[in-house]
Design a binder for this molecule. Structure first.
Ligand SMILES: N[C@H](CCC[C@H](N)C(=O)O)C(=O)O
Length: 295
């Protein structure tokens, strides 16, 4: 089985093209965990599958490093779009990709054999508690709500980009012990499907700093949906204006994000290849096969 490893600002994924291949669903969480392992596998933030779709041009499935299936992945979408365009699976400059979090529209404006930048219309953010999802009055929003961890009080603003994000504002993104509070908030009982946790510093009216603890993958170098959620949260908290081109600085690089007047979030950023290779599936689904054999 061939794979392509790619990254979006250092948020790296193993892509497997299932347009001409199949993989049994039951193996996918095990495969994602084992391939993502940096010592016994290839090493990555997760596994992305490129599949056929009945409702869009293509379908992307994303599995985090812990084997859990994510509902959307901004950096992954740019990698999938680049892969499809560069390998001539698509010839038009705009096409659609189905995710569990909804259908997005991809735009490639460069006339290059291998594109560098991809723009994605990520659709509309979901703000109501019932849509994040999180516990509480389902028809209300979570804007700057208190959340206590031990002696420390944090304030959460929650946004879904098809996947759930809890955003905390800080004067400096390194002021908050994200390695410590990330997993605590990720697994908090108010988030029935867990949550991605982002720390945001508003540098000025056009720039944010952002660090992320990803649901299912931990600290990563970047998170595309998280950067979109950061812009929405900063706007809801009146720290920046809507319909402005915002540069979000992530540890792995920058994304350009705009929450436009039609309520759509646009994300533009790089996507790059790391390597291509081949895996013997049986080496990475052994755990499942042994269990099936009752061992
Ligand atoms: N950990 C996320 C999926 C990956 C999102 C991220 N890598 C991005 O670029 O948006 C979740 O379970 O919701």
């Amino acid at each position: 089985m061939l794979f392509t490893k790619m990254h979006g600002l250092g948020n790296n994924y193993i892509l497997i093209n299932l347009l001409e291949n199949t993989l049994e669903d039951e193996y996918l969480p095990t495969l994602a965990r084992n391939l993502s392992d940096v010592r016994f596998g290839i090493g990555s933030d997760g596994l992305i599958l490129i599949c056929d779709s009945k409702v869009a041009d293509f379908r992307m499935r994303i599995f985090n490093a812990d084997g859990s299936e994510g509902k959307n992945c901004g950096n992954g979408l740019r990698c999938v779009a680049k892969y499809l365009y560069d390998h001539q699976f698509i010839v038009s400059e705009s096409f659609t990709i189905e995710t569990l979090g909804g259908i997005v529209e991809v735009h490639i404006s460069e006339k290059k054999k291998e594109v560098e930048f991809v723009t994605v219309d990520m659709g509309e953010p979901k703000l109501l508690k019932g849509m994040i999802p999180m516990k509480g009055e389902p028809m209300t929003m979570t804007i700057n709500e208190p959340f206590t961890i031990g002696e420390n009080l944090y304030h959460l603003t929650c946004v879904s980009m098809g996947n759930p994000h809890a955003i905390i504002f800080a004067d400096n993104v390194h002021d908050v012990p994200l390695e410590k509070i990330g997993p605590i908030i990720e697994h908090a009982e108010i988030f029935p499907e867990r949550v991605n946790v982002g720390i945001v510093t508003v540098k000025n009216s056009k720039e944010l700093d952002y660090r992320v603890w990803e649901r299912g993958s931990g600290i990563t170098m970047a998170c595309g949906t998280g950067a979109c959620a950061a812009v929405v949260a900063a706007t809801l908290n009146k720290k920046i204006e809507k319909n402005q081109l915002i540069t979000v600085h992530l540890p792995g690089g920058d994304l350009e994000i705009r929450w436009d007047e039609n309520n759509h979030i646009w994300m533009k950023g790089r996507a790059e290849y790391i390597c291509h290779g081949e895996i013997k599936l049986e080496h990475f689904t052994k755990e499942k096969m042994l269990k099936a054999a009752g061992q």
